[in-house]
Design a protein. Structure first.
Lengths: 732, 243
């Protein structure tokens, strides 16, 4: 059976091209996401500044909590802090007394004019040595690194360059100050950012500080790399999961279409004496072969895609340049396996009907596909619908973006799944409506109406990928605008006069909350309960609900740098999207927020890049399906030509059919996006009306229409180029 | 016993209740071994249903079908398929061949599906008899319509079936080519002792058979031995549906 499958593949290259392309893209996407995920899980950042230090003592960058798993077992959970946890300078003296320790060096770190500032005391951690000039010896003297264009004697702000080092670090510019001046600039009185210990020895346990050696040092030096790494896990997971679901949808659709096209051949096999099992084996075998080749090539292309994604993330600041992509066989193998499994399942699913059918029925059905859907498919569609409704209800209750974002995608996808299962029913209903205006047309419109009515299953198979593309694109784009517009509206309404705002995140227990503090009380947070007290805590209505607190209650939290504080709630406010979950006293937050080194990543853009890939995949799927569907109609089109339809009329008929499909898909896709976005908006902003940019929306629909027409006309022209008599005489 | 196929009180009803249509009504007939039988009738008379039921392609609503002494009623689709590929050969009107396979592969397809090792000498013999020696490596698309039907006949013979069924095997061919194919079928019966049952609406095609069964409204209304084209045509006209 396998050699027969191979022959069949070789002979029907064109028919399998569609499935091949879909599988190729799926493998590439899954592999790229797998690489991000693996980098998130196992990615390493090498230490630069502490390269010459065997053991580094620094703050524990995690909030740890022991969670009772319920069955008597406990598990320690750890969540990363937003900022650096500084450690007491007094530790230096204690470490010096540890037996076996030769030398202990303290280090402070702070941002200085785009570079990283330290005291000259810590130069030996790398080690940095002076190439020209001398070490700083007064509060106004500095030493710059080898990459700097400055020479001794030149000035940098209020400071004079007195020396240049022989070294420079790959991903950071370094400036050394006099030790006392560095401590003053760094703030954090009585604390240091890290302590280097020579040589590495076993250290006694310390409170809130840990000993880091080897590969452990890098993540502590580059906290943003560590945060990016954690973000990659969730991004890679969400993106990979979404693309896998989209891939299953697309691959099942493509296989169903290609099997529908070969129904006559399969029926012949049944009549000539292939058992249902043999037909299923044949179809499964073909799927295995196509998916193995497409999956392998796609996974390799996915490695390239992974590097491209990384480059984009680095450009957008979502990933530091020194966090390198982990390249291993795992994502490639995972992508290959996922592709093969999806294809095999899709083929078996599509073959079920063909293989179980009696040969006589099959011979009859090949010419005229039955319109009735099997009850099991209707039942599955209803289950899908129920799932979509449930997810929509869940989504409308989610008010935290981290939970809401993935559920939004899943909700939209579940609706599309339901649509794909019940597609022929939807198509038939839509055709009944469209029939009336179409029949007004004389030739092409009449033919198109007839053709749509006669083959609602084919219509459904092209509508589903189009609706998928429209629904996914609208959801992805307008989730961002809904959030941005709601936050912007709140910010505009709530800002009476400009003031400096500090932003960070804190943890209550293990849960993360965004926190802000305003320098001057010029913000109108929209207080709904209690009265705002600048020395106390204010919480947004959403956070108040999550924390179950009211004015007067106390909240204990861990600030970004690991400092625990307990504050009393003075007020609950409504403008949480613009002003964060928690509003803290400014002096408190000022003391515990690290001035961020480097720019904040543009979150929306990162999402656009990642989700743009999924949109591109759905576009390819849409074009692919239409092209497959048009080129298999060569006989029918030739027949129309033979009975006197002009080439122009045939093309016009096809265009009308495609536009009808675009219209149905636009209605279905928009409806799905609207339902999903409303639920998302209701949960996140409290209003069920999402913000939709009309121009962007029009562009999405126009793009779908243009792509669909191109995917119809180009193959149709190729088909019509053959002499009609030849096309009719040949077997399909 | 010398009957290869025996139908007893076979009825086939499509649909249910009010919309039920009886395609066959209590048909009883025997097809003797080594005979060439043509089944004729106006369209809608139940010719195709008769063929499908006799060949185990479809299951009758009631009655018994025996193929080479085996009772078909109560058999599952898998058993029916296995029985068909051992004992029955088929030639259809069109779309007989798998386009991705060449002539030799198409002919041996039933053997391959059955997992039986092909008898090379026998296959070569068949190809020679149907006049396709030297074309074993050709693809169906490289052959004429008549040649494609010859391949289909060769395939039907490959498993040494008890009976070969033809569903309008010459329906899509021109007169000259059709005559060649009919001669080949006749020869298969006369020289190889093969049993052939063929549904047709063409009196000329029917005249190649030993016996003609006339179907009308789901019943066998007449049989004719030693038919000629004229006699068959006259009988059909009498049946009132000659077009």
């Amino acid at each position: 059976m396998m050699s027969f499958a191979l022959k069949s593949l070789r002979h029907r290259k064109a028919a399998f091209a569609g499935a091949f392309l879909a599988l190729f893209c799926a493998a590439a996407l899954v592999c790229a996401c797998g690489m991000l995920l693996e980098t998130g899980l196992r990615g390493k950042v090498a230490t630069e500044r502490w390269a010459g230090t065997p053991l580094v003592v620094a703050g524990d960058q995690f909030v740890r909590e022991t969670v009772d798993k319920g069955d008597g077992e406990t598990k320690e959970k750890a969540k990363p802090l937003a900022d650096r946890r500084w450690i007491p300078a007094a530790l230096v003296a204690r470490l010096e007394r540890v037996p076996g320790v030769d030398k202990v060096i303290a280090e402070v770190t702070f941002p200085f004019r785009g570079a990283v500032g330290h005291g000259w005391e810590s130069a030996a951690l790398t080690p940095f040595t002076i190439a020209r000039g001398q070490a700083p010896s007064g509060p106004k003297e500095i030493v710059v690194d080898a990459r700097s264009a400055l020479a001794p004697g030149e000035r940098l702000g209020a400071y004079t360059v007195v020396g240049v080092t022989a070294q420079a670090l790959p991903s950071q510019d370094t400036v050394f100050f006099d030790t006392a001046e560095a401590r003053r600039l760094a703030g954090h009185e009585g604390k240091v950012s890290a302590i280097g210990v020579f040589p590495a020895v076993r250290l006694p346990a310390m409170k809130d500080a840990l000993a880091y050696t080897g590969d452990e040092r890098g993540p502590v030096e580059f906290l943003n790399a560590e945060q990016a790494r954690v973000k990659l896990v969730s991004l890679g997971g969400a993106l990979g999961g979404t693309s896998l679901l989209v891939a299953i949808l697309v691959v099942v659709g493509t296989f169903a279409l290609s099997i529908q096209q070969r129904q006559r051949e399969l029926a012949l096999l049944r009549a000539v004496a292939a058992t249902p099992k043999q037909v299923r084996t044949l179809i499964g075998g073909e799927a295995l072969m196509v998916s193995a080749v497409a999956g392998a090539l796609g996974a390799l292309a996915g490695v390239g895609l992974g590097f491209w994604l990384r480059a984009q993330f680095v450009r957008l600041g979502a990933m530091p340049d020194n966090l390198h992509l982990v390249v291993s066989p795992f994502p490639i193998a995972a992508a290959l396996l996922a592709t093969v499994a999806a294809a095999w399942a899709a083929a078996r699913l599509s073959a079920r009907r063909t293989a179980r059918i009696r040969p006589v029925e099959a011979l009859g059905e090949a010419a005229r596909p039955t319109a009735r859907l099997p009850w099991i498919r209707i039942a599955l569609g209803l289950v899908m619908l129920a799932g979509a409704v449930t997810l929509t209800a869940v989504l409308s209750g989610l008010s935290v973006e981290a939970a809401s974002s993935p559920v939004t995608m899943l909700t939209a996808l579940t609706w599309v799944f339901a649509l794909s299962v019940l597609g022929p029913l939807v198509a038939r209903a839509a055709v009944a409506v469209l029939d009336v205006p179409l029949r007004l047309g004389r030739t092409s419109g009449y033919l198109a109406a007839r053709s749509l009515r006669a083959n609602t299953r084919r219509l459904a198979s092209v509508v589903v990928p189009m609706a998928l593309m429209i629904a996914m694109t609208c959801t992805i784009l307008f989730v961002q605008t809904t959030m941005q517009n709601a936050a912007q509206a709140q910010a505009e309404a709530g800002t009476k006069a400009p003031t400096e705002i500090l932003r960070t995140s804190v943890r209550v227990g293990l849960e993360k909350y965004s926190a802000q503090a305003a320098q001057r009380p010029t913000l109108d947070l929209g207080v709904v309960a209690g009265g705002l007290d600048p020395a106390k805590l204010a919480v947004s209505a959403t956070a108040a609900e999550r924390l179950r607190v009211r004015p007067g209650d106390e909240v204990t939290m861990t600030l970004g740098d690991g400092t625990p504080v307990t504050l009393t709630v003075s007020a609950v406010y409504s403008r949480g999207l613009a002003f964060g979950d928690l509003h803290l006293p400014y002096p408190l937050l000022k003391q515990h927020v690290e001035q961020q080194i480097g720019a904040q990543p543009a979150n929306a853009e990162v999402n656009y890049v990642a989700m743009g890939l999924i949109i591109a995949f759905t576009m390819i799927a849409m074009v692919n399906t239409l092209a497959m569907s048009t080129s298999e109609r060569s006989r029918e089109l030739a027949l129309l030509r033979l009975v006197g339809t002009t080439r122009r009329q045939v093309l016009r008929m096809l265009k009308i059919e495609t536009l009808a499909a675009v219209l149905i898909a636009a209605v279905a896709g928009t409806a799905i996006a609207l339902i999903t976005l409303s639920a998302f908006s209701l949960g996140m902003t409290g209003s069920a009306v999402p913000s939709i940019a009309p121009v962007t929306y029009a562009c999405v629909i126009a793009a779908a229409a243009v792509l669909a027409l191109a995917a119809t006309v180009v193959p149709a022209r190729l088909v019509l180029r053959r002499r009609p008599s030849d096309a009719v005489a040949s077997r399909e | 016993m010398t009957d290869v196929v025996r139908l007893e009180n076979v009825s086939k009803v499509y649909g249910r209740g009010q919309s039920a249509v009886a395609a066959l009504r209590e048909v009883t007939v025997s097809i003797p071994r080594g005979s060439f039988t043509a089944v004729m009738g106006p369209s809608g008379s139940g010719k195709s249903t008769f063929l499908h039921c006799a060949a185990g392609l479809d299951v009758p609503s009631s009655g018994s079908v025996r193929l080479g002494g085996t009772e078909l009623s109560g058999m599952g689709e898998k058993e029916l398929t296995e029985l068909r590929r051992q004992r029955v050969g088929f030639v259809f009107q069109m779309f007989n061949l798998v386009s991705s396979l060449n002539v030799m592969e198409n002919v041996t397809l039933p053997l391959r599906l059955a997992g039986v090792k092909e008898d090379r000498a026998w296959v070569a013999e068949i190809l020679k008899r149907v006049g396709l020696e030297g074309r074993a490596k050709h693809r169906p698309s490289e052959l004429s319509g008549g040649q494609q039907q010859r391949v289909a006949i060769a395939r039907a013979l490959a498993t040494r079936p008890e009976v070969v069924f033809g569903d309008e095997p010459t329906g899509a061919l021109d007169t000259m080519t059709a005559r060649d194919v009919l001669r080949l079928l006749r020869e298969v019966v006369s020289t190889m002792g093969q049993t052939v049952v063929m549904v047709t609406h063409d009196p000329v095609a029917a005249s190649y058979a030993d016996i003609v069964l006339f179907l009308a409204d789901g019943r066998i209304v007449d049989t004719m031995a030693a038919p000629t084209a004229d006699k068959v045509a006259a009988r059909m006209t009498h049946l009132g549906a000659w077009v």
